[in-house]
Design a protein around this ligand. Structure first.
Ligand code: ZN
Length: 243
């Protein structure tokens, strides 16, 4: 079974579709795991929910998902994110909003734990420090942990009493074994590692590997749609530089 792993789609339909197309072209997938924040920032929130739901899928909630449907206060977001979340909430049907409200904060699937931020603080914690990684390793009961939220693709392994963050190699399979590790597949809809291409991963349980991919998408079309909806310029411009 092959699983398409996406995080931080952020209402960017063109990016999400490009990711799905690339995964289909390169062996296909049976299911999508979404690590949260399918909503926020971008111009097509409803369409992204429906594209996800047109496939077998599992999803955990992210901060922007819950912010958009009033489950967490918009005061906890910066002004750009708050404005986009407020707009996003108005675009959703009641049924879509209920779907988002009912999302779990973490999921255990086989030897994977899925969380948006981190297993100990799924909505808000940025898993970018050794301290947070160590807490993650001690917190989860599975070998492997998948997170999003920072929009930075990485691989993290425990070493002695610390943790080491490494670049998640592109187009080269990472072999999973019974050693713990944390993987962030990067962001589909708003990458922040200065590579504007959509970032994602595919897990193949036949050989127990994870493959990280980057794909270009039509950034200008997404930006044009954001402009039409008067979403903040800062959010529009950052897509082109991937930061
Ligand atoms: Zn995000």
């Amino acid at each position: 079974m092959r699983t398409l792993i996406v995080a931080d789609v952020h209402s960017n339909l063109a990016a999400f579709q490009a990711v799905i197309d690339d995964a289909v072209t390169n062996g296909g997938f049976d299911e999508i795991w979404s690590l949260g924040d399918i909503l926020g920032y971008g111009p097509e929130p409803s369409e992204c929910i429906e594209l996800l739901r047109s496939y077998p899928h599992k999803m955990v909630a992210g901060n922007h998902d819950l912010g958009s449907v009033g489950e967490v206060s918009l005061r906890r977001f910066n002004p750009y994110a708050a404005a986009a979340n407020q707009w996003t909430g108005k675009q959703l049907t009641r049924e879509q909003a209920d779907y988002i409200r009912a999302l779990p904060l973490t999921l255990e699937i086989g030897e994977f734990t899925l969380a948006h931020g981190s297993p100990r603080d799924p909505i808000w914690e940025y898993l970018t420090t050794a301290e947070a990684a160590i807490a993650c390793f001690t917190h989860v009961e599975t070998y492997w942990c998948l997170v999003g939220h920072s929009h930075l693709p990485f691989l993290c392994i425990p070493r002695l009493d610390s943790a080491v963050f490494m670049e998640l190699p592109k187009d080269r399979r990472v072999q999973l074994d019974d050693n713990p590790l944390i993987i962030n597949p990067g962001s589909v809809g708003q990458p922040r590692d200065r590579d504007p291409r959509a970032s994602f991963a595919v897990y193949d349980d036949a050989d127990n590997t994870i493959l990280h991919r980057r794909v270009p998408y039509d950034i200008k079309t997404t930006q044009e749609k954001m402009r039409r909806h008067n979403l903040p310029d800062f959010l529009i411009e950052r897509l082109a530089v991937g930061h």
